[in-house]
Ligand binder design. Sequence first.
Ligand SMILES: [Zn+2]
Length: 206
Amino acid sequence: MTPYTAPALNISAFNCPHCNAFANQSWYNSQIGNGVMIEGFRIAICGHCRRSSYWFQTAMIYPNKTTAPLPNKDLPDSIKADFEEARQISSLSPKGAAALLRLAIQKLCVHLGEPGKDLNKDIGSLVQKGLPVGVQKALDIVRVIGNESVHPGQIDISDDPAITAKLFELVNIIASKMITEPNEINKLFDGLPEGKKAAIQKRDGQ
Ligand SMILES: [Zn+2]
């Protein structure tokens, strides 16, 4: 998958919210009428489609499109749907998006063979199966797991847009580590000569 660079203030290139191309962006200070500047207001023009995005302070205010990444292509469809819905609402409701992403992580745990009742335990079990412990720590920091969020009905979901942005990445990292990478390794194994594979499987008692 082509890496996606989310639009952000003053960076030289990003995936354009109009044409989706990864393109250089030219930044300008805004002017109204006779050269009056609006403090904190900037305009970026896409080098590919020449259309503008409008920025106030650090937020893109036009077009009103998500800056969230696309879902990992190997995610099951129902989780992709939650992810997509979270992308659609993330700029208007970071808290709503975070709640959907938490649900997506729960579903992903079930998809990966976990019971799906206790997210703390599920993520702990996935760490035993190869999920990097850094992902567990990150989920703890953003309070998707951990003591502060485990009681049903008392989930403390942050409405901090920066935390919601991290959650999108965390869902994709879990999918990449637990689905995409094992699939790629299996494909590599399947492409090896049959005789060699049989010898290895015999050695491993399979
Ligand atoms: Zn463009």
